[in-house]
Design a protein around this ligand. Structure first.
Ligand code: FES
Length: 137
């Protein structure tokens, strides 16, 4: 049986979650591989959440926030951006491929961009294959 990844997308309430909602209400199709977790801001996603998600069985994790300059809490997405470099190196320390993490920006008016991001992440993780749990941890 082909590998079907499962991954988490932390979506900010104000933009990307609204885009996901709009994608659903306008009947846009996107892979069922994503599990969305709504957060108030991308800046509240602590690096530990990313590692925990992978340790607990996710094949990848996305953080999707408002475009830079449009965060409803002013600089939350800049915090997320600053953390992203640290997160990718942290993942490598834990034995995970850095491509298992992605950070992107989607506004509430961009359901098509949200759908593309989910499709691309699904394809990326599908190519990587499942996490080797013996390497990670
Ligand atoms: S409120 Fe959306 S990234 Fe901060």
């Amino acid at each position: 049986m082909d590998f079907e990844p499962k991954f988490i997308a932390f979506c900010c309430n104000w933009c990307s979650y609204a885009a996901a909602d709009l994608a659903a209400t306008t009947r846009m199709q996107y892979p069922h591989n994503v599990r969305i977790i709504r957060v108030m801001c991308s800046g509240m996603v602590h690096p530990e959440y990313i590692v925990d998600a992978l340790n607990q069985g996710a094949d990848g994790v996305m953080v999707i926030g408002c475009h830079l300059g449009e965060c409803h809490y002013l600089d939350g997405n800049y915090k997320a951006l600053d953390r992203s470099t640290m997160i990718t190196s942290l993942l490598e320390d834990f034995g995970y491929d850095r491509e298992r993490f992605a950070l992107t920006w989607v506004s509430s008016a961009e359901p098509d961009k949200f759908v593309r991001a989910i499709i691309e992440m699904t394809d990326t993780i599908r190519k990587l294959g499942p996490v080797s749990r013996s390497q990670a941890a």
